[in-house]
Design a protein around this ligand. Structure first.
Ligand SMILES: Cc1cc2nc3c(=O)[nH]c(=O)nc-3n(C[C@H](O)[C@H](O)[C@H](O)COP(=O)(O)OP(=O)(O)OC[C@H]3O[C@@H](n4cnc5c(N)ncnc54)[C@H](O)[C@@H]3O)c2cc1C
Length: 290
């Protein structure tokens, strides 16, 4: 049975959707951790889950493996991510055909980051330059596939301005993308302002806020360096002063919970949680689902 599309879920939902993002682990130990976390997170009954996509053949295969595992475990709708990195049009078409054949009807369409050791994105031979090209390819090949795309409340690091980035987001949506999931942010004002600007620019599709409960000061610094999001000084100070990792994770969870409660009060269409293959967010989710 093919998955329902997230576009349909968003239209039919009587309450905001809940989704989790996993990544394909590197080894068997990582897979065991993911499986344990997923078992616990399954009890929150998320509306859908997503699995990120790495560059290179084996990383790609692992995305599909984890998607199949999550499906097998009982997660209803599973959305693989797909990127343009190091892939020609025909390779991307093959992956899309394989996903479609297996019943996947939702794909997160991304350009992708440069592979490790490289600083700039390079278009692969006969490949695609932008996520919008991937959306167009997927929609032309399989019109029944629902596409999510990435949005950046604090702008994509390569974009010259937020306005320009929103114009590029508009191109992805005009190519047929159905909804937007945002990059993580720790201050809701960035999301609220982003949505306001998107609406003013004529973007009508749902914009799901992406929330990552912080685990430690070290971890957040690493993420911030990559994604360019603001690390609020009060959160940084609290995490830096935490006695140990458990105390830091509790601080991160409380921060995320406040963010989510405020977002839900504001009527967001859903909450997308970057769970990092850990179950530490489970108590937070349980309180949200009450
Ligand atoms: C929710 C989410 C999930 C992610 N999942 C993954 C994953 O699974 N694997 C992974 O490797 N990475 C992932 N990423 C990271 C993402 O791949 C990077 O941020 C990447 O650098 C940009 O991808 P994009 O799809 O936003 O690209 P694009 O939309 O193509 O944008 C990239 C840059 O190009 C500019 N641009 C876009 N279109 C045009 C155009 N037509 N003309 C000129 N400039 C343009 C944009 O303004 C932006 O600066 C994810 C990010 C998010 C927010």
């Amino acid at each position: 049975m093919p998955d329902p599309t997230i576009a349909e879920l968003l239209k039919q939902a009587a309450r905001p959707l809940l989704s989790f993002e996993f990544f394909p682990p590197k080894d068997d130990a990582g897979l065991a951790t993911l499986r344990q976390a997923a078992e616990r997170l399954l009890t929150a009954h998320p509306d859908f889950v997503t699995v990120t996509y790495g560059a290179g053949g084996s990383a790609r295969a692992r995305t599909l493996e984890v998607c199949d595992l999550l499906r097998h475990m009982g997660f209803g709708t599973v959305m693989p991510h797909l990127t343009c990195v190091a892939s020609s049009r025909s390779e991307l078409t093959e992956v899309a055909d394989e996903l479609h054949r297996r019943g996947y009807r939702n794909i997160m369409a991304l350009r992708g980051d440069p592979p490790k050791g490289e600083t700039a994105f390079r278009v692969a031979k006969n490949g695609l330059a932008h996520a919008s090209d991937l959306v167009a390819l997927l929609k032309a090949r399989h019109p029944d596939i629902c596409c999510g795309v990435a949005g950046y409340p604090e702008k994509h690091p390569e974009a010259s301005s937020l306005e320009t980035d929103i114009q590029h987001l508009k191109i992805k949506l005009a190519a047929g993308a159905d909804f937007v999931t945002t990059q993580l942010f720790f201050e809701n004002r960035f999301y609220t302002d982003f949505v306001r600007r998107c609406r003013a620019a004529g973007i009508t599709q749902p914009i799901l806020p992406g929330i990552m409960p912080a685990l430690s000061h070290r971890q957040i610094q690493r993420f911030m360096a990559v994604c360019g999001a603001t690390f609020p000084p009060p959160l940084a100070a609290q995490l830096a002063a935490a006695a140990d990792d458990a105390a830091a994770a509790q601080i991160g969870m409380t921060w995320a919970q406040r963010q989510i409660e405020a977002l839900l009060r504001d009527g967001v269409p859903g909450i997308h949680l970057y769970v990092l293959n850990r179950a530490h967010a489970a108590p937070l989710i349980a309180s949200l689902r009450r």
